[in-house]
Design a protein around this ligand. Structure first.
Ligand SMILES: Cc1cc2nc3c(=O)[nH]c(=O)nc-3n(C[C@H](O)[C@H](O)[C@H](O)COP(=O)(O)OP(=O)(O)OC[C@H]3O[C@@H](n4cnc5c(N)ncnc54)[C@H](O)[C@@H]3O)c2cc1C
Length: 372
């Protein structure tokens, strides 16, 4: 039986672990902190619409594959663990307030046309009628996108952790620093302090920290942590069911009346604390769009670090120069969404099958330093 070690227990690492264990691998996941408490916990869980039939670029294909799998995985997770991850096709509304946002929305519209993704322009009268709590006076354009979906990411992580446990994955949390043991161009084991774990396959899925994990192997993957801050409100004075998107900001309604407001996009190194400025910006955005929020309870705020790559594509594939080493990271703003497809593609690569999606654009070896 192949023994695979996954380093990092975010949504990407846990999803890969589940996919591998389903395929008959023995799996160990090594996490230096708590399971699933970094970017994957901090995110909003928005699943943007995609179309598997029309997707041409591998990145679109990964997204579309992932969307189909989210529906299937959510049902499987519920039946295996009893945990409902809150998957729902709740729809989204895209709003443009400034001329720039209007131009960006027109660009999105062309993209949706090309991909045959359903959308419907909304007049300001319709918008005001359907969402009588939104301040619509400065909204220049609105589009309804019925296939936008969401998962409640903390519950999704809980379900993944639980299914991994039920399937016998060895989940090592609060682990000491991973030290790789090598022989020639193969990885043979990791050391965690006194503990040594040998394996056949090693996969690094350590989010924004992946580059640090790989650096002792002589691999410098260009990556930047990009902070995103979030607010959590409780709504009691109005009912929102669809996701509201305006530029890079959004309000995501959960089924229990919680509203997530996100997010900022900041290069602040590995600082994952919220700032007064970030919170103020998000409050201003949310309360300008829904004035009733000023009298709702702001329950919480937090921040997470998105793993960004130098060219905007994730790193999915073999670690350059290492035979049995793999990496899966760099999903930036869409890692929750692309985690399911990533897990399947990585498992296919690890098992030397032809991957469902052409993976050359994702190969870490595309980094100029490694030469393609
Ligand atoms: C505010 C915000 C909003 C977002 N909204 C969305 C959204 O709506 N939809 C979407 O699809 N995506 C969203 N994202 C992006 C998404 O959250 C990330 O792309 C995704 O979570 C990355 O998952 P990951 O498993 O690679 O990283 P992480 O969740 O960060 O997991 C990496 C794990 O590796 C561990 N680790 C690090 N170093 C080591 C080490 N040396 N040894 C062992 N373990 C290690 C970390 O502790 C961590 O648990 C959002 C992100 C943020 C911050």
């Amino acid at each position: 039986m192949t023994h695979s070690i996954v380093v990092g227990a975010g949504v990407v690492g846990l999803s890969i672990a589940w996919e591998l264990v389903k395929r008959g691998h023995r799996v160990t996941v090594v996490e230096r902190g708590r399971i699933g408490r970094q970017a994957s916990w901090a995110g909003a869980g928005i699943l943007l619409p995609a179309n598997e039939q029309t997707a041409v670029h591998p990145l679109e294909q990964l997204t579309a594959l992932s969307n189909r799998l989210h529906a299937e995985w959510s049902a499987e997770l519920r039946s295996e663990t009893g945990i409902d991850n809150g998957y729902q096709v709740c729809g989204g509304v895209y709003l443009a307030r400034s001329a720039g946002e209007q131009a960006a929305l027109a660009g999105l519209q062309s993209f949706w046309d090309e991909c045959q993704i359903k959308y419907c322009p909304m007049s300001s009268k319709e918008l005001a009628k359907r969402y009588n709590f939104i301040e619509t006076s400065q909204i220049r354009a609105a589009m309804s996108v019925p296939e936008e979906a969401q998962i409640r990411n903390p519950l999704h992580l809980l379900a993944l952790e639980s299914v991994c446990q039920l399937r016998g994955v060895d989940l090592v949390s609060h682990a000491e620093e991973v030290v790789f043991e090598t022989q020639g161009n193969e990885l043979v084991a990791i050391r965690l302090g006194e503990r040594r774990i040998t394996a056949d396959v090693f996969c690094v899925a350590a989010g924004a920290w992946s580059s640090q994990v790989l650096s002792p192997l002589g691999i410098q993957l260009p990556m930047i942590p990009v902070r995103g801050q979030m607010l959590l409100y409780q709504s009691s004075r109005f009912v929102l069911k669809t996701i509201l998107n305006e530029g890079s900001r959004y309000i995501v309604p959960r089924q229990d009346g919680h509203l997530l407001v996100g997010s900022t996009t900041e290069e602040a190194g590995f600082q994952s604390l919220t700032t007064a400025e970030g919170i103020r910006e998000l409050k201003e955005f949310a309360e300008r769009l829904i004035p009733k929020l000023t009298s709702e309870r702001l329950l919480n705020s937090w921040a997470g670090l998105r793993p960004a790559t130098y060219d905007g594509f994730p790193y999915l594939g073999k670690i350059p120069n290492w035979e049995n080493g793999f990496v899966a990271t760099g999903h930036f703003k869409v890692g929750l969404q692309q985690s399911t497809g990533t897990a399947v593609l990585m498992a296919e690569l690890i098992e030397t099958q032809t991957p469902t999606v052409e993976m050359a654009v994702f190969a870490p070896s595309r980094v100029p330093e490694f030469g393609v």
